[in-house]
Design a binder for this molecule. Structure first.
Ligand code: Z15
Length: 874
């Protein structure tokens, strides 16, 4: 934008500068403004939805003022910036979070008085807005309920990105997120007759108050076409030759949509920039001259399909062309945006990595590496090697999985058709890389094919995106200690050999305590605030402070308060479950405090082993029935198998047959167990449909126990384990992912670990293949019962789940971990029902020692050890 206001006009601008509302009255006036003008409504037709929209736009106005100041400050001070590239941002709702993070203070001196530290001030905007809305005739809770989730992600990876932008803003790091503005987020899950049915999530149906459409930021993106060759020879001299030219085919426009990201107790507001595809307004003579006007317009319209839909797979790559198109569209738009901003500084290219750090969230944005190399070599005419030095100093790559089916590989045919010039560049990157490898290990002939970015052993050659990401980055990190060690020993072993171990590092994941404690659990966060004598909730910025709760570990009145909060949250969840069950209660409210809430909510995946949980439930049910048939009274049964509700939630990828069958099994077991009068209310099984961020905020604080029971070595980190522990829930889990570090922090007496270790998994699997399997007796009984078909009209229905264990090698080691799981569940019952004080102590100790898992700590580690950036002081 090159318009500058003449000096003589500027005082007029300054005099009329927009001000933030800073008290209830000013908010109310802003609110009514929006109702009457922006929404063109009045007090006669303002419903909760309109109130939500007006409240959001009013709060957004405040955020934008701080956003503008923040961005202007970044422009003048020109610090090194971080760009977090993620194909998913699972943000959830924005309004409540904005109220918690928003800075209002009665003098609003923050902008003028640089000496005033916003962190010292009371920010109670949530309460202020609540009473302001009350006076206007609305209840804040009902207004907040109107907001649809921004579900632009699948699960852990997308929610991690959302926690990271919150922490980067809070830590005053000059950082932007870059992603896609999908018009359809993750599908809404309906459960019909026990089966998952997917329905589209058109989350923009009522507009979106939280975004600013930037029609002035439009970037043309090219696909297909061909490369105009130069006669380069692959002899290392190529770098001195003139670069190739990509003559593109299809063109679309990327339009920017900006989402303000407010930090907590700071006026810093960062930006999340999401791109949307639009048709070009360029006149395409070839298309329109054919005389078929209607058809040509329709063809243009198809541009929009690029950003229409989020791919609903978690930990699985399908290899579809449209997905690759999304990736390039997003990487190219983001890179051009970043480069344009850098160019304004007029610095030499060699300083690019001093100004820019780009973090790749998984391999999805790996094309950004290739695109920057293309920009530097083809467009800016830099020498290949000079360019490559800049590129590798700029990028860093986070790996989130070791599972083969989740690792991205693109067939070169498909890739070269869509991005012919990028394929050449990848070949060249690989060429120079393999030369270096050969130089270092001249005798190891196998190494070259093993380490090559191009996989040759399949019928079609494939690009290994993880390898490309490693070669193009200066740091590679895993997301929990165990996982980071594992990738060095397994999938990236050869790269450690070549680069040395220092390129590979660990940054253990974290979660934002603003959303996952303050927002999700107002009662617990208030109790902590009172107990720590911290009325302004400063501990949310310094979570290790929670260790001060240790002082109250034996305080009986504190125990009571702690337990009361949990009961309150369990009742809140019981309400939600009732609402989702057409108003019929499943949970016995009378006994809620003596009913153990056992929760497993996460994507449905065989490696996460929801089936192990269900088998455990069936075992329990059968054992209860046996007791009853042997003449035991319900009281006697209750002594062995006390009250428990097993709560599940989670989506399956639409094409994942086994995961969908597991959902059906859970629901079928629920139908039988919940309606069996013989066992009374001692056991219930609930599947909560459409698990998402806003449901998580209700479910997580209500759990007594949560299940993180993946096969050892398969869950890279897990982040809900941290959320449950932060809300005083205990964990039953395997020695996997971040469970290991959670155990170290909170103490091994305060977590229920079971099962085999990652180091034994390979041998166990090998044994399954070559020794016909002896299943543990209890598991045998469970599987036989499932096969009998009591859970379904169709006895063969669940056979694939049984066969996976009995016939197909039990890849996820259900049989190896089953007895240990059952025994540990018995221990859980014992402590919860007979040693409640001990249970509460464990719960308090979990919260007291969970500080390490704040995403603020995590972001500080990235900033110091990978990005080399510093906070910009306010
Ligand atoms: C995803 O959600 C995760 C990894 C992936 O490779 C993909 Cl494609 C999606 C998850 C991990 O499964 C989980 O263990 C981890 O906590 C999370 O990423 C964030 O790192």
């Amino acid at each position: 934008i090159d318009s500058t206001i003449p000096l003589k006009s500027r005082s007029l601008w300054n005099k009329n500068q927009v001000k933030k509302f800073n008290n209830a009255e000013a908010f109310q006036s802003r609110f009514i403004d929006h109702v009457e003008t922006t929404l063109a409504r009045s007090l006669y037709n303002c419903d909760n939805l309109a109130a939500y929209e007006a409240a959001s736009m009013s709060v957004r106005d405040n955020l934008i003022i701080d956003w503008n100041r923040t961005q202007q400050k970044f422009t003048t001070r020109d610090p090194k910036r971080v760009y977090y590239l993620s194909l998913e941002f699972l943000m959830g709702r924005a309004l409540d979070n904005a109220l918690i993070n928003m800075n209002v203070d009665d003098n609003d001196e923050v902008s003028v008085n640089k000496d005033s530290d916003p962190r010292e001030k009371t920010t109670n905007s949530r309460e202020m807005i609540s009473s302001a809305l009350d006076e206007l005739g609305f209840k804040l809770e009902d207004v907040l309920e109107q907001e649809p989730d921004a579900g632009l992600g699948n699960g852990g990876l997308g929610r991690l990105a959302a926690c990271f932008v919150d922490s980067m803003a809070t830590e005053n790091i000059p950082a932007w997120g870059y992603g896609l503005r999908y018009q359809y987020g993750i599908f809404a899950q309906k459960i019909i007759d026990g089966y998952q049915v997917e329905t589209p999530d058109y989350w923009l149906n009522f507009g979106n108050a939280w975004e600013i459409e930037r029609n002035e930021v439009q970037i043309p993106i090219t696909f297909y076409g061909y490369v105009e060759r130069n006669n380069t020879s692959k002899d290392g001299e190529k770098s001195t030759l003139t670069p190739s030219q990509w003559i593109g085919g299809e063109r679309v426009i990327a339009v920017a949509y900006d989402f303000p990201v407010p930090g907590y107790k700071t006026t810093n507001v960062n930006n999340l920039r999401l791109w949307q595809a639009r048709p070009t307004t360029e006149f395409d003579f070839a298309k329109f001259n054919s005389g078929d006007y209607q058809n040509s317009v329709q063809q243009q319209q198809r541009a929009e399909s690029i950003t229409a839909c989020l791919y609903p797979n978690d930990n699985f790559e399908q290899g579809k062309e449209l997905r690759l198109k999304q990736q390039y569209f997003w990487c190219s738009a983001s890179l051009h945006d970043i480069v344009r901003r850098f160019k304004k500084s007029k610095r030499p290219w060699t300083e690019f990595p001093d100004e820019v750090a780009i973090q790749l969230n998984d391999t999805h944005p790996t094309l950004a590496i290739v695109e920057l190399q293309r920009i530097l070599v083809d467009l800016e005419k830099l020498d290949w090697h000079e360019a490559w030095k800049i590129v590798t100093a700029t990028f860093a790559y986070t790996n989130h999985t070791v599972m083969q089916e989740a690792l991205e590989k693109w067939p070169i045919g498909l890739f070269g058709h869509l991005l012919p010039r990028h394929l050449e560049i990848i070949y060249d990157i690989n060429w120079f890389f393999l030369q270096d490898v050969a130089k270092k290990f001249p005798k190891d002939v196998d190494l070259l094919s093993r380490i090559s970015i191009i996989e040759e052993n399949d019928s079609e050659r494939q690009i290994r995106m993880a390898y490309l990401a490693i070669v193009g980055s200066h740091k590679v990190n895993g997301v929990a200690e165990l996982h980071s060690e594992l990738i060095k020993k397994t999938i990236f072993h050869d790269f450690v050999k070549f680069y040395g171990a220092s390129k590979f590092t660990n940054v253990t994941n974290g979660i934002t305590p603003r959303r996952w404690l303050r927002q999700a659990n107002p009662k617990l966060s208030e109790l902590i605030s009172q107990t720590l004598n911290d009325p302004n909730y400063d501990y949310l910025l310094d979570m290790p402070k929670l260790t001060m709760l240790n002082k109250f570990i034996d305080d009986k009145t504190f125990h009571t308060k702690w337990n009361d909060v949990k009961i309150h949250n369990k009742l809140r969840l019981a309400d939600l479950i009732k609402k989702l069950n057409d108003g019929v209660d499943i949970i016995d409210r009378e006994h809620i405090s003596t009913t153990l809430f056992d929760v497993q909510v996460k994507r449905i995946h065989e490696y996460k082993r929801q089936q192990l949980n269900v088998f455990g439930i069936i075992y329990r049910y059968l054992a209860m029935k046996t007791m009853i048939h042997n003449g035991a009274s319900i009281e006697e049964v209750a002594k062995v198998f006390p009250r428990r509700v097993s709560i599940f939630g989670g989506k399956s990828a639409p094409g994942y047959y086994m995961a969908k069958l597991i959902i059906k099994l859970i629901n079928s077991v629920g139908d039988v167990v919940n309606n069996d009068v013989e066992i009374g209310d001692l056991l219930k099984v609930v599947f909560i449909p459409d698990y998402n961020v806003s449901k998580a905020e209700i479910i997580i604080p209500a759990s007594d126990l949560s299940e993180h029971i993946s096969t050892a070595g398969t869950e890279a980190s897990g982040t809900s384990n941290m959320k449950f522990a932060m809300n005083g829930g205990l964990i039953i889990g395997t020695v996997d992912g971040a469970n290991v570090e959670i155990t170290r922090e909170i103490g091994e007496d305060n977590i229920f670990l079971f099962g085999n270790l990652a180091e034994n998994v390979e041998d166990l699997r090998y044994n399954h293949q070559y020794n016909p399997q002896e299943l543990p007796e209890n598991l045998e009984k469970v599987l036989a019962y499932i096969e009998r078909g009591d859970f379904t009209e169709n006895p063969a229905e669940f056979k694939p789940i049984v066969d996976a264990v009995k016939q197909h090698g039990d890849y996820y080691l259900i049989s190896d971990d089953f007895d240990s799981y059952i025994a540990t569940q018995e221990l859980v019952d014992q402590v919860f029902h007979n040693e409640k004080d001990e249970w509460i102590k464990k719960s308090i100790l979990s919260v007291a020692n969970i500080g390490f898992f704040s995403s603020d700590r995590c972001i500080q580690e990235y900033a110091e050890t990978i990005w080399n950036v510093e906070p910009v002081e306010q």
